[in-house]
Design a binder for this molecule. Sequence first.
Ligand code: NAD
Ligand code: MG
Length: 392
Amino acid sequence: MTQMITVLGATGSIGKNTLDVVARHPDKYQLFALTANTQVDNMLQLCITHRPQYAVMADDKSAQQLAKKILAHGAGVEVLSGIDALCQVASAPQVDQVMAAIVGAAGLLPTLAAARAGKRVLLANKEALVMSGQLFMQAIKDNDATLLPIDSEHNAIFQSLPAHFKDDVNARQQVRNILLTASGGPFRGWDLCQLHDVTPAQAVKHPNWSMGQKISVDSASLMNKGLELIEACWLFEVQAKQIDILVHPESIIHSMVQYVDGSVLAQMGNPDMRTPIAYGLAWPQRIDSGVASLDFLSHSQLNFEAPDHSVFPALNLSRQAFEAGGTAAAILNAANEVAVAAFLREQISFTAITDLIDGALNHCQFAAADSIEVILAADASARRFVEEKITA
Ligand code: NAD
Ligand code: MG
């Protein structure tokens, strides 16, 4: 039986890697819908190559342009637009699996729609979970959905934890801690003075991974690791203190689990997102992802160091936000999104990103994150606060 797939964020880095893996297995997967924001020509090419049933553009004008071009090409793909259509293709009865790969808070509603419809959700969009952890995990449980982590670290932890870790007390007692690895990004080893003047071009140049702009900046500030810490707490139902962050510059080990007997299980591989994507698509089976075998002889040294909290405050801010609970993490995430966008427009310095997040956490009031309305209101208040600070 072929599995029907919707790819949210198909024109992005994760989206394209997903389509690469899917195209290797036409006997197993069929595309129901591809979605994007405004990248019309990019989407047209994907529609011609992959022939989904639907193409959804979040932006209405882009949808109109795409519809015209699809008609001219005779590609036979139905074009829809707007947030409701994104949610519809994430929850349609024909769909088995949803790759959640929209970047940022924009992905929350469609990803949640997939969870509420009981789909198998392949989660790359970590911001959705960071914003709405409790609500999202409850939606997965209440609707018998399956949640599989695509973020490489969380995929590694998922592979290294004992089976049934979450529901089995014995399994939980076997685990001493989780080692969440971080590459350290392009500014590993730099001091605060050096960081102040870095440019967007320097920040998006990740040493090991090729990714979208926002996550690349997050990796450079270590906010990506902060978001991942929160993501791991929700995914695996652990406390923040059970997770240690370990800088491992080569990104060959993707994360580890340490057991009470002293054993450490690591998942390794070349830094290529097609590995966790293929794992998510095929679980509990495994399929070819197109990723080359790991050549240990060309990686004869694996290094490890502690993160530098005095230069990279993002990790502690994230820990604090998670521990504060409620809407604090939604505020952290929204402040980061606005600040990163301003940094990419060269409106603020690199170090101002975490200053603005700190400011938002101090200024915006936290509430219990028990409804989507409350979460979206917290998100909006943090955005307003940071935007005002930037334009002041
Ligand atoms: P990207 O910027 O390359 O792609 C983002 C996708 O989201 C695009 O298809 C874009 O059209 C869509 N999008 C953007 N704004 C939108 C909006 N307002 N409404 C609807 N769609 C919108 O990003 P990416 O690097 O592929 O990352 C996607 C997600 O996966 C992020 O949450 C990121 O943290 C996570 N992730 C990425 C990687 C990676 O290697 N790239 C690794 C782990 C996790
Ligand atoms: Mg990651």
